[in-house]
Design a protein around this ligand. Structure first.
Ligand code: UDX
Length: 454
């Protein structure tokens, strides 16, 4: 009898898509290790239980009107969820703790997303061990720990005139890469989120982080020293389970795979800016014209809700649609991991969200980075200047810059050299999750850590 079967893990994901995917993925990994999994989730962006028959689900009210959520703005939504979920979460966990010993396996520990500030204190009050899951990378988390230094040195608030300056205390960062949130002139919102995040990590029994030792060793070492809690780098987590049903709340358009099958190897630029970033109609037009001018086939994700006017595409002028005709394919949501693994995809134009960055590294796909907010600037800087597996879209969102950058990636020698480095990192990622690899060993250490909780 596997001793873990009578150990139940309570997982509490943040409802943002990139965070939900990561926690569901972690649940699949730990279920495969023999644990019973219960997911406490918000009503907002709730996962579909039918996609995960092995998991138990408990929903909690969050007071968010799903139809109005996109008008709130990411920063406000984050703050609201943190305030409005605290009491319902505590009531739910208290009820689960008190009903232990019945048919339900005893709770081994709670694993919650680091964006919720209240989880560790609630768990401790109920005598439940609490681990925290970080969806972002180690470098960004380390930047979060040195924000007070960056403020003291005058780098914050980020002033446009200094944006290209180097941050001497944290090379190769530039001032514009510092996480200044959605409004660089009002950085206090994101600093409050990051302060809470550091506090909840310090309060926890350990951090599960979706990265791998070879990719971010030095930042992981810095974090272990500064935060004094154990870190378990088990990434790329999506590579632990070969088959992983989508946990996206959006339906994937699988027609793009058969479209990719008809394209030449490494010829396609895949374009996707994650589940949160919004784009204006003017920007969409520049992107479309730049893709057309690049003369490369493209697969472009135009997520519903990402453009101010959802009917943007249908209302576009016919000459514009003609420019796109035959050159590419536009979908509302793609099976991204499968797309990045497809031989036709030659480069990924991304907003540099962490999950997208790690998925691209896992498939050896070079990146064209266009960071927007939060950790994306740090992620993009590491892609271009540290790992050197991509470039920044410099010069702004204009059709000439876009076309030039895409040609640089797909049709020039520099692109070939970048791809060679990306393939080396792909191999390191693959070795890491194999038996005996660093992430595999970190997963073993995590399981032993959980089983050690009395
Ligand atoms: C958010 C923040 O924006 C990001 O900066 C942070 O690192 C994580 O939280 P998101 O914007 O959703 O994440 O981007 P990302 O982290 O890249 O996650 C997007 C997820 O959606 C990926 O797992 C990707 O595979 C998936 N996706 C995206 C699809 O499955 N289909 C698509 O068409 C687009």
């Amino acid at each position: 009898m596997n001793p873990r079967n009578n150990h139940r893990l309570i997982l509490f994901p943040h409802p943002f898509q990139g965070h939900m995917n990561s926690m569901i993925q972690l649940g699949r990994i730990l279920h495969a290790q023999g644990f019973s999994i219960t997911i406490i989730h918000t009503n907002f962006n709730a996962p579909d239980p039918s996609s995960h028959p092995h998991f138990a689900f408990r929903s909690i009210p969050d007071g968010i009107d799903q139809s109005k959520a996109s008008t709130l703005g990411i920063g406000n939504l984050l703050a609201l969820l943190d305030v409005q979920c605290a009491v319902p979460f505590e009531e739910c966990l208290r009820e689960m703790v008190s009903s232990q010993g019945g048919d339900a396996a005893p709770i081994a520990c709670l694993i919650s997303d680091s964006l919720f500030s209240f989880t560790c204190s609630v768990a401790q009050s109920l005598k439940v061990h609490a681990l925290v899951m970080r969806t972002g990378g180690a470098a960004y988390l380390y930047v979060a720990t040195i924000l007070p230094v960056l403020k003291e040195k005058g780098y914050i608030p980020v002033l446009g005139s200094r944006s290209e300056e180097a941050v001497k205390e944290f090379p190769p960062l530039l001032v514009k890469d510092i996480p200044a949130g959605l409004d660089p002139q009002k950085p206090e919102a994101i600093f409050r989120i990051l302060d809470n995040l550091i506090a909840v990590i310090k309060d926890s029994s350990g951090v599960i982080i979706n990265t791998f030792e070879e990719l971010e060793h030095s930042d992981l070492e810095s974090l272990r020293e500064v935060l004094s809690v154990p870190f378990f780098p088990i990434g790329p987590s999506h590579k632990f389970c070969v088959t992983s049903p989508s946990s996206s709340s959006q339906a994937e358009d699988r027609n793009c795979i058969s479209w990719l099958d008809k394209q030449l190897p490494k010829s396609v630029i895949y374009v996707s800016f994650g589940s949160l970033a919004a784009t204006s109609e003017a920007e969409m037009l520049e992107i479309a014209l730049g893709l057309a001018d690049s003369e490369q086939p493209f697969l472009w994700v135009v997520r519903s809700g990402s453009v101010c006017d959802p009917e943007w595409l249908e209302k576009s002028p016919s000459h514009f649609l003609k420019a796109l005709e035959g050159r590419g394919k536009i979908v509302k949501w793609a099976p991204q991991k499968e797309v990045l693994a497809h031989p036709a995809v030659g480069a990924f134009w991304t907003h540099s969200g962490w999950n997208s960055t790690l998925e691209s590294i896992s498939e050896g796909v070079p990146m064209l980075c266009m960071p927007r907010f939060a950790d994306q600037g740090v992620n993009a800087r590491y892609v271009s200047d540290v790992w050197r597996i991509g470039v920044h879209l410099n010069g702004g969102l204009e059709r000439e810059n876009i076309a030039r950058a895409i040609k640089r990636m797909l049709a020039e020698r520099e692109g070939e050299e970048i791809r060679e480095r990306a393939l080396v990192l792909k191999e390191k990622a693959s070795v890491s999750v194999r038996q005996g690899g660093p992430s595999y060993q970190a997963l073993d250490a995590l399981v032993s850590h959980i089983l050690s909780f009395k």
